[in-house]
Design a protein around this ligand. Structure first.
Ligand SMILES: [Zn+2]
Length: 270
């Protein structure tokens, strides 16, 4: 029987999103907001005894090495490039630099990558640098951001890599990303996840640790910052409980890739 694999993924980065809305965020706020949310998530994952993947920027890791090392003892650390802020101009070599930083801190191989803000970039560089998978594609249409309806919503192989797209619902391709989790009632969001899991046998969900800290005072639109903090931790708790009833097996992205390798060609039907 094919299992129902669920990948919970968190983009562990500087809390810089308020800057997109014109508010300067101090360096210490960028660090502590993310740390607060991360610690709550780790406690929640521990309660459920499940593992997750943290896509981490090299910059955040360098400034918080003990935290990253501690997370890596139980969860997967993957790369989220070097800097999140759009004030740093992205260079392809940032990807390799972040991988080296993360491997030095954790003492483990980093095999996965996700581009900040899921921006487009040349995926061909990744396999040469030892990456096994990428998860930078949200195969849906987001007005004003991107239209990736031509991309496969199922995991696929390209450029010597496994591409693990962020989950969208079957047929309509409604994105099951962090804004949907935050803004839909939990009953509806969980139902969409269950339907997708039944059909596709895997779910790739992504969130950010800073969402799970108190961010209500920052000047951002309500749909980006609310609910936040403990309320959102409780919502994620409910989602995990709900998916467990669906016989979900929570795995890291790396573990999921291994199951695809074992399945070989049958991966096309995943
Ligand atoms: Zn990010």
């Amino acid at each position: 029987m094919i299992k129902n694999f669920v990948m919970l993924t968190f983009d562990l980065e500087e809390f810089d999103i308020a800057e997109e809305y014109g508010q300067k965020v101090s360096h210490s706020d960028q660090m502590t907001v993310t740390k607060t949310g991360t610690e709550r998530l780790i406690a929640l994952l521990d309660n459920h005894n499940i593992r997750a993947t943290f896509f981490t920027t090299g910059n955040y890791a360098q400034l918080n090495p003990e935290l990253i090392k501690a997370i890596s003892l139980k969860h997967e650390i993957a790369s989220h490039a070097l800097y999140h802020s759009s004030f740093h101009k992205f260079k392809e070599t940032d990807i390799l630099e972040s991988k080296n930083i993360l491997e030095n801190i954790t003492g483990s191989k980093v095999t996965g990558f996700r581009m900040p803000r899921l921006k487009s970039f040349d995926h061909k560089v990744l396999s040469g640098w030892g990456f096994v998978y990428d998860s930078s594609i949200n195969p849906t249409y987001l007005p004003g951001r991107y239209n990736l309806l031509h991309k496969s919503p199922l995991p696929y192989r390209e450029n010597g890599l496994l591409e693990l797209p962020c989950s969208t619902t079957p047929t309509l391709r409604f994105p099951l990303f962090w804004l949907a989790f935050k803004n839909l009632p939990i009953g509806l969001y969980a139902a969409l996840c269950r339907r997708t899991l039944r059909k596709r046998k895997n779910l790739m969900l992504y969130f950010h640790p800073w969402e799970f800290a108190e961010i209500g005072d920052f000047k951002m639109p309500g749909y980006v910052k609310s609910p936040d903090g403990i309320e959102l931790v409780d919502k994620l708790d409910k989602l995990i409980q709900n998916l467990k009833k669906q016989d979900a097996e929570f795995v890291t992205c790396q573990e999921f890739c291994e199951t695809l390798e074992i399945a070989g060609e049958s991966m096309k039907s995943v």
